[in-house]
Design a protein around this ligand. Structure first.
Ligand SMILES: Nc1ncnc2c1ncn2[C@@H]1O[C@H](COP(=O)(O)OP(=O)(O)OP(=O)(O)O)[C@@H](O)[C@H]1O
Length: 345
């Protein structure tokens, strides 16, 4: 339904370069990238707030590049929600309907309906500053959905919320989507949001959209090392492949498919299992490793492992670390499935 064609914007210190992708009807499209990669600029260009230097935006085949924001029938939720502070929750939600000259009775009915769906009908008389972050976000979403937009644009919708509120809103977002049937472009740096809400994802790095595809495909098959590193394939090793076997120094690693010659592969720290001598495993890739470093990350711990000269990082839970009695300088076993290995093209 929406086609973004070669959109560019030059701010000199920052350039958005030739962004092209399309969004399908009813889809939840995620733009995933680190801070400063240009996600907000791109979203504001789609919203019509910023005009691009080059490129076009087409909605159902019609060129809307020059159309002002209010003529696009998109709802845009900026990162700070931008609720009107002097208005009640009711008036905030009603704002877009009143602009569209909808009769008062109908406005009241629609506002109540959407407020009920979003679980904020008890807050309609309140002012935004008296609400929690999660409640404010619900109001912003209600205000966006009540006008039945062609497209819902969300900039880091859950960034300012605590972990529990964020998880709850993510779950509910799925339900609202079924109920309201919206099409969304959702900008975020959160893998959790991408994986739990996204149908397709575009990875944005340094002003470029470097890969677009189904969320699970992109996460399991990053097409470049740059994308792989961003998506958490922290262990990248190079070796010589001879069919299903990759030789790296003295290690022989079983690969998920046949490859020949010099290749680079990636493995995520979370795909490496750690155990001690004496434990039976059916994994084909099992290596003795020396623990060279232990980094505390809260519930998870990151180990630096030396597998005969090859350094790999692996996550284990803190409770496993304690249970297994792992300390620096000790020998452990590291295993990973061939299917967890990503071979770079
Ligand atoms: N009006 C402007 N003039 C000059 N540079 C700008 C302007 N607006 C944005 N930029 C720059 O564009 C770059 C991308 O900014 P943007 O806000 O799109 O990043 P982002 O990916 O949304 O990051 P974050 O997640 O931190 O919001 C930044 O370096 C920013 O400083």
């Amino acid at each position: 339904m929406l086609k973004v064609e070669s959109i560019s914007k030059d701010y000199r210190e920052f350039k958005l370069r030739e962004i092209s992708f399309d969004v399908r009807e009813g889809e939840h499209f995620i733009i995933l990238g680190p801070s400063g990669s240009g996600k907000t600029v791109l979203l504001e260009i789609i919203a019509g707030i910023i005009s691009p230097d080059r490129g076009r935006i087409l909605l159902r085949g019609e060129d809307i590049t020059g159309l002002p924001p209010e003529k696009r029938n998109f709802s845009y939720i900026p990162q700070n929600y931008a609720l009107f502070p002097h208005m009640t929750v009711f008036d905030n939600i009603a704002f877009g309907l009143k602009l569209r000259k909808i009769p008062r009775k109908e406005v009241a009915r629609k506002v109540r309906e959407v407020a009920e769906s979003l679980g904020i009908d008890h807050l309609l008389h309140r002012k935004p500053r008296t609400l929690s972050g999660g409640e404010q976000q619900r109001v912003a979403i209600a205000r966006a959905l009540v006008v039945k937009p062609e497209l819902l644009l969300m900039d880091e919708p859950f960034a300012n919320l605590d972990v529990q509120t964020k998880s709850k809103l993510i779950r509910e977002m799925k339900r609202w989507r079924k109920e309201f049937g919206f099409t969304a472009i959702h900008v975020t740096h959160s893998f959790e949001e991408a994986l739990s809400l996204g149908d397709r994802v575009g990875i944005m790095l340094r002003g470029r959209l470097v890969q677009v595809g189904d969320v699970r495909d992109v996460f399991s098959k990053p097409k470049s090392e740059e994308v792989a590193r961003f998506l958490g394939f922290e262990n990248i090793i190079e070796g010589v492949a001879n069919g299903r076997i990759l030789k790296v120094g003295d290690l022989r690693i079983e690969l998920p498919r046949e490859v020949w010659g010099k290749v680079r592969v990636g493995i995520r720290p979370e795909d490496i299992t750690i155990f001690m001598e004496g434990v039976k495993t059916s994994a084909r890739n099992v290596f003795k490793a020396r623990v060279e470093g232990i980094e505390d990350l809260g519930a998870l711990v990151k180990l630096t492992l030396n597998l005969g000269g090859i350094i790999l990082r692996a996550f284990i839970t803190r409770s496993s670390l304690i249970e297994l009695g792992i300390r620096e300088g000790e020998e452990v076993y590291a295993s990973f499935k061939a299917s967890a290995i990503h071979v770079f093209p």
